[in-house]
Design a protein around this ligand. Structure first.
Ligand code: NAD
Length: 491
């Protein structure tokens, strides 16, 4: 099997690193490819930075209206190939084909939003800030920008950054997750058709060694990272220590609250979709589900039914709603956390361990699981499980809920289901999380809004997507100008 190539200076080239790891389909355990992984990927990064720096010379001077033209073509190419790319996402990442397609759609929407860069990048001008003096601010590109992405959205997350970076005049290096590098390989084949300047966008494979090389490379000016909190914190501190701009989006543990005045059936279905979508491997997956005054257990019953109804299997098979988790190690880790939840006193209402999926006996499957009355002072309640596990808690009122939400060390998302506008307003105002959903299960901001994680879910100032991306990928320059009348007489 061939080793995946890097894409540097508009050419596919072998990595300098000969050591590889397997890219494995998590449902079938079939090896899909071999990805370079080791110390010599540092040399690949050097080569990519050289190419990207060269591309900048002309690109930063290219009018913004011309810089967005390739994005229109990219949107069209991505739309034409969405089925094929989504299939690849399912094969290497495990989510259902429908989920993969929805992911790509979100990616494409970022390309569309970045097409508005000529307007979004416009700046401010004040005439006569003093007599005869004008002042204005312009936005200029930052330079060579790099992105390090996680395994769970191989088709979408690079687009939170890439289209904005190049539209604002930067060049770009992407390092996809070594677990799911094939999706972006195909996307870059399409990008190749855009005939962009050599080195404007580059793809380099690898793991920690290539990331460290990016963090230390003096030629890279900005880093966009999405992944787990520990790595995000590390990327932020090492990157900023080296004088780079860094935006690092991290992990999560999302609370979703169902008030007694919410519609039981609709809320239960949406909450279950949030918990079990992508097998719980979403940074916006509901995890701690708080039922308020559910003394008769009606909401709990509806959640149980919704969880049981999810068809688990290979994401390319008809009707499958939930796929496997990414690796055997993830499966073991999640199963241990379920056991830990029990040991901490929870009732295992639905046990998805030992899942057997006919035809896919070796896959990393866990079926929907529910832990009830998880200990408030235990480990499970604070740990990002990143698997198909719902933890149910019972509380008495909105104040108790808000205290609970605000004790969370993360702050990626908090959602509330209610029919009361007042309760919703109180919640959205007081909950300490950056993405709030009211009667929404996955509060994923659309491309024109920032993906606004807080606390341990984000390190930096400017998030991915929309205007935040435009600001992240540009530096402001303020010019104060005077043209004295007396001087002009001299000419
Ligand atoms: P991860 O942190 O293991 O890996 C992310 C990237 O970092 C990969 O490209 C990987 O090669 C690199 N990496 C891993 N360990 C590293 C290290 N020690 N030093 C340097 N680089 C390293 O994350 P993952 O398992 O791929 O993704 C899942 C995590 O991402 C979850 O925690 C999830 O919540 C989070 N996530 C967050 C968001 C968000 O917007 N906040 C979105 C998607 C996923």
């Amino acid at each position: 099997m061939d080793i995946l190539k890097n894409y540097i200076a508009n050419r596919w080239a072998d990595s300098k690193e000969k050591q590889c790891i397997d890219v494995v389909n998590p449902a079938t355990r079939e090896v899909l490819g071999k990805v370079p992984y080791g110390k010599k990927t540092k040399t690949d990064i050097d080569m990519a930075v050289t190419a990207a720096a060269k591309a900048l010379e002309v690109w930063r001077e290219t009018p913004v209206m011309k810089r967005v033209q390739p994005l229109y073509m990219l949107k069209q190419l991505l739309e034409e190939h969405i089925g094929e790319i989504s299939r690849l996402i399912t094969m290497e990442c495990g989510k259902s084909f429908a989920e993969a397609k929805a992911e790509m759609q979100r990616g494409i929407e970022n390309v569309e939003t970045a097409c508005a860069t000529p307007t979004l990048m416009q700046s401010e001008f004040s005439e006569n800030v003093a007599f005869g003096i004008d002042e204005f601010m312009i936005r200029q590109p930052v330079g060579v920008c790099a992105c390090i992405s996680p395994f769970n959205f191989p088709g979408m997350i690079p687009f939170w950054f890439l289209p904005y970076a190049i539209a604002t005049g930067n060049s770009f290096i992407l390092k996809p997750s070594e677990k799911v590098p094939m999706t972006m390989m195909r996307v870059f084949e399409l990008i190749h058709q855009l005939d962009l300047p050599e080195g404007l966008v580059n793809l380099v494979h690898g793991g920690k060694d290539s990331v460290d090389a990016m963090l230390d490379h003096p030629g890279i000016r900005a880093i966009s990272f999405v992944g787990s909190t520990n790595v995000a914190r590390y990327i932020y501190s090492r990157g900023t220590e080296n004088g780079k701009r860094v935006q690092a989006q991290g992990g999560a543990k999302n609370p979703v609250i169902v008030m007694p005045d919410a519609d039981i059936e609709i809320s239960a279905r949406i909450v279950a979709d949030s918990v079990y979508g992508c097998a719980g491997q979403r940074c916006l997956a509901a995890s701690n589900v708080v039922l308020v005054n559910d003394s008769k257990g009606n909401i709990k019953e509806a959640l149980l039914e919704a969880a049981k109804s999810k068809l688990t299997g290979y994401g390319l098979d008809e009707g499958v709603e939930m796929g496997p988790v990414i690796t055997p190690e993830s499966k073991v880790r999640i199963e241990k956390l379920i056991e830990k939840g029990k040991a901490e006193g929870a009732n295992l209402l639905l046990d998805g361990r030992n899942a057997r999926i006919p035809g896919y006996e070796n896959g990393n499957f866990i079926k929907p699981t529910i832990l009830e009355n998880v200990a408030l002072d235990g480990e499970v309640i604070n740990t990002e499980i990143f698997g198909p596990v719902m933890s149910i808690l019972n509380m008495k009122d909105i104040n108790e809920v808000i205290d609970f939400v605000n004790r969370n060390k993360y702050g990626n998302m908090a959602c509330l289901f209610t029919s009361s506008g007042l309760t919703a307003r109180t919640f959205r105002s007081r909950a300490n999380a950056g993405n709030i959903g009211i009667n929404i299960g996955v509060a994923a901001p659309m491309a024109q809004f920032p993906f606004s994680g807080w606390n341990d879910s984000f390190f930096g100032d400017l998030h991915g997507q929309g205007r935040h991306a435009i600001e992240f990928f540009t530096q402001t320059k303020v010019v104060i100008e005077r043209w004295p009348r007396e001087w002009s007489r001299k000419f």
